[in-house]
Write a protein that binds this ligand. Structure first.
Ligand code: UDP
Length: 243
């Protein structure tokens, strides 16, 4: 049994923007963001330092727009701006329930968010603020998965919690194949070699090079973020070797 202490001191939580759309597939569902903020508060109350990276997939994805003829770099910039919109929505929901937050943007927009400065980010974490990394890496051709990996290294997080709509990594899409098998654990190289759709290869490689564990879990089940933080073995662990 866990004594209620978090397993990790400093955590990066990556949430796909799709989660913010709730039951729809576009935009921001206020109720969903509110419920998510409440879960974040509960995790924060365990005493760990928490930074979040929110994707933008509920609003705009650069690769999709480039497929229909848009310049990829411009489309990706729109995607990065979408992550800022989501970050501000979450900040608002968190502040409303008394959680102190800072949004740090990789794309400078001083009237809206602080610029991303690594030392400032770690200082906020030390002071117990929830940090939200907005604007991705600030570069096109990347994703917010890679942002999560990069920021995790930069601020010295012990783990990346990758929140998805599925309860871990499977060998096939569990929504399409009833015979899909879930992995309890995988190595980085297995994820890359099997081309498992969990995070993009840049994000996985960065974690592999720096031996940063990733836990993929289902965020749609209430209380799961807390369970992972308390060290319950749910989801799939991606690391350099076996537990
Ligand atoms: N993006 C980018 N550079 C980054 C991070 C994100 O160009 O460093 C753009 C990219 O177009 C991406 C979009 O922002 O499609 C939204 O991010 P992502 O697809 O990672 O969101 P998620 O799928 O997690 O909701």
């Amino acid at each position: 049994m866990n004594n209620g202490a978090p397993k990790y001191k400093r955590i990066i939580l990556k949430v796909t923007g799709e989660v913010f759309a709730g039951t729809g597939n576009f935009g921001i569902d206020g109720k969903t963001v509110k419920a998510f903020a409440q879960e974040i508060k509960e995790v924060k109350d365990l005493g760990c330092e928490l930074a979040l990276v929110i994707g933008g997939g509920n609003i705009f994805r650069g690769a999709v727009a480039s497929e229909i003829g848009m310049d990829r770099a411009s489309a990706d910039t729109m995607g990065m701006l979408a992550t800022v919109i989501n970050s501000l929505a979450l900040q608002d929901a968190l502040e409303k329930i008394g959680v102190s937050t800072r949004v740090l943007s990789a794309i400078e927009m001083r009237q809206v968010a602080e610029p991303y400065i690594r030392r400032r980010a770690t200082r906020h974490l030390e002071k117990g603020r929830v940090v939200i990394f907005a604007g991705g890496t600030g570069n096109p051709y990347f994703t917010t998965d890679t942002t999560a990996s990069l920021r995790a290294m930069e601020v010295g997080a012990e783990v990346i919690l990758k929140a998805t709509k599925v309860d871990g990594i499977y060998d096939a899409d569990p929504f399409k194949r009833a015979d899909a098998n879930k992995f309890e654990e995988l190595t980085y190289i297995e994820v890359l070699n099997r081309e498992l759709k969990v995070m993009d290869s840049t994000a996985i490689s960065l974690c592999m090079d720096n031996q940063l564990p990733i836990i993929v879990f289902n965020i749609m089940e209430k209380g799961n973020i807390k369970r992972v933080v308390l060290g319950e073995s749910i989801g799939t662990l991606v690391s350099g070797g076996k537990r």
